[in-house]
Design a protein around this ligand. Sequence first.
Ligand code: UDP
Length: 194
Amino acid sequence: MSSALAKVENLVEKGGNHQVVTANPEILYSALQDSELNQIIEQASLVTADGIGVVWAASRVGTPVPERVTGIDLMSNILARAAQKGWPCFFLGGAPEKAASGTQPTIPSVAEEAAVRLKRLYPGLQVVGTAHGYFNELQQAELDMQIAAAKPRLLFVGLGAPRQEKWIKMYLQRTPLPDLLAMGIGGSMDVFAG
Ligand code: UDP
């Protein structure tokens, strides 16, 4: 975890666009048959062993890694660092807001609720934007504009694997932002949102 975190810090400070993959067994197993996903993993700036099975397998094939680094733990540590360093963050993914109905008040989107709670947990954290993860192609263009206008340095994407990994790869190719580190986080935002 400490070397993964140091690597993230180095990538953010060096600049440029970077993809972080937390490789769990499902992702790695899919990559055996999915050459696009396999290429994403090979080209990522940082890949962590997300699961004890991956740590075990890495040593079996002769490329041991020191420990398990899960997506949710890495994200938590990156956010703590982001709060200290002033790196602006954008959260994408999870369920949209639910409008008020009857006696039920409006329920904020998962990403918004996660942002509120994470700002409490990491004082000083700058969340420059949030968006839910259920968008069509037309809304995709709006989302691109929303992210570009918010100018994050870190983009956390929770669309489920491997869709989020593929989305990030494509997004980093078209984004006008020159310095962006993006990471797939699966359902972590649901956890942070409670
Ligand atoms: N999700 C989304 N858009 C979609 C499908 C899924 O934003 O079109 C979100 C979903 O709400 C959940 C996350 O992606 O927050 C997927 O979580 P899951 O636990 O299935 O992913 P995993 O951690 O297994 O990759």
